[in-house]
Design a protein around this ligand. Structure first.
Ligand code: HEC
Length: 198
């Protein structure tokens, strides 16, 4: 299912919440949207990407250029150490807004986060609280740009990837889900999340 259909499903979820539909009904819609996203996130495994993933695992000390991203980025030590091309250092407030927005970041479809005004957050993945204590900026940047590089089976979308995806809707061809600046903003906000909930 193309990503815009997944977005539509997620939007219906939000509407269901607003209309006070039963939580079960809303959960079912979340599950459908997650499956739709999974269809988009599955990377086409090319020989080149296998080799690069292999290089990333085997030789962490030598940097590789990430293929298939919307702009060239270098991966080393399990992260993207430099700010993405074309972006300036991220703004945490804008990042928070991107994460909270179910039509932009869509993170709350799967994750919970310390954004108390957003009700009905995701339970398919970790709570983002404490994310800034668990990872460096470089690791968070790679995690959002292309999580499939960290876990080829992940259901998390590769937000900065434009190649090697399957079944991408026509309007999304060649366009990342988040641009370089949006990713920097999200990373900047995640880095402020240093407190792990008890
Ligand atoms: C479709 C579900 C889904 C969406 C949408 C999603 N994630 Fe994830 N995310 C996951 C899963 C599942 C993991 C666990 C690791 C894995 O499977 O790759 C994860 C792991 C993470 C991690 C590392 C674990 C941690 O909490 O320290 C971070 C950080 C993260 N996601 C941030 C985000 C952000 C920010 C967004 C939105 C821009 C987002 N995710 C959107 C499913 C999702």
């Amino acid at each position: 299912m193309p990503f815009h259909r997944a977005l539509a499903a997620a939007r219906r979820t939000t509407e269901a919440f607003v209309n006070r539909a039963s939580v079960d009904e809303a959960r079912a819609t979340v599950a459908i949207a997650a499956v739709a996203i999974r269809a988009v996130a599955i990377p086409t495994v090319t020989l080149a990407s296998v080799l690069i993933i292999g290089a990333g695992i085997a030789g962490d000390s030598h940097a590789v250029t990430a293929d298939g991203l919307a702009a060239p980025a270098t991966i080393s030590d399990g992260g993207i150490p430099g700010i993405l091309p074309g972006a300036v250092p991220g703004d945490p407030a804008r990042g928070r807004a991107i994460v909270a927005d179910r039509q932009v970041g869509l993170c709350l479809l799967c994750h919970s986060a310390p954004i108390p005004e957003e009700r009905f957050q995701g339970e398919l993945a970790t709570d983002l609280a404490g994310a800034g204590a668990r990872a460096t900026a470089a690791q968070l940047r790679l995690r959002i740009a292309d999580p499939s590089r960290l876990n080829p089976e992940t259901i998390m979308p590769s937000y900065f990837k434009v190649e090697g995806l399957t079944r991408v809707g026509a309007t999304f061809q060649g366009k990342p889900l988040l641009d370089a600046q949006q990713i920097e903003d999200v990373v900047a906000w995640l880095l402020t999340l240093r407190e792990v909930p008890r």
